[in-house]
Design a protein around this ligand. Sequence first.
Ligand code: NAD
Length: 246
Amino acid sequence: MSQKFIELIDQSQRVVVFTGAGISTESGIPDFRTPGKGIWTQNQPIEFKDFLKSEEARKETWRRKIQTDKVLSIAEPNAGHEAISQLVQSGKVSSVITQNIDGLHQKSGVPEAQIIELHGNTTYCVCLECDTRHELQPIMDAFEQDETLPLCRECDGIVKTATISFGQPMPIEEMERAKKATLQCDLFISIGSSLVVYPAAGFPQLAKQNNAKLVILNREPTQLDEVADLVIHDEIGPTLKSMIAV
Ligand code: NAD
């Protein structure tokens, strides 16, 4: 398996790595869909429209954020992130397209310019009106004291983590960059994604339609397994680590 993976990388000129929540489970961050452990098996997602219209939905969002941040704020990149970072340093990878919001690709040393965050980033906040960036910690400190909801210092708009919630429009620039990178690659590697969240899951399909090779590394089967050139149903960290060590 990993020999064929190595050959596919060797034969390619421009690789795109596409990651989902599965790459970060070995850093202690639960994914969405692993049975019994995934976040959605415990909490229903809060839709963007509800976040906008309901103060209670905003408070519940921040309560959850404070809970999840206990794990997220101390999470470190794992062997999978490190292996991808090494692959990027080798010069073959044009972009790392990620659905993740945890900032661990940046932490593992992948240059910011090569990371495309389709679903934003939860390590800082933005104003939904004027886009001003706000740091997370002071907002969380104020909320923890008396559930004060954050407002923008520039325009009084609603401030939210810089993530894309369910029902929130996708970021236009990131989507365009991801499409361009996908159409230019000759090898597309999907790692740790159930490939059920669209439009993100459309990128591996687009790569394949455009004649790139497709590799899927995921513990569980995905709906694109049958069209992939190589499918590895295994743990991400050990699999990628063994490949880099070869
Ligand atoms: P998902 O939860 O739908 O799928 C994750 C997949 O990874 C599952 O199929 C699971 O079997 C597999 N997996 C988990 N740990 C693995 C491991 N160690 N080795 C091999 N496979 C493993 O996640 P998704 O496809 O990314 O899509 C859902 C959404 O999850 C995205 O929108 C993303 O924004 C969000 N999310 C992100 C984080 C994060 O930033 N770390 C965490 C939870 C959810």
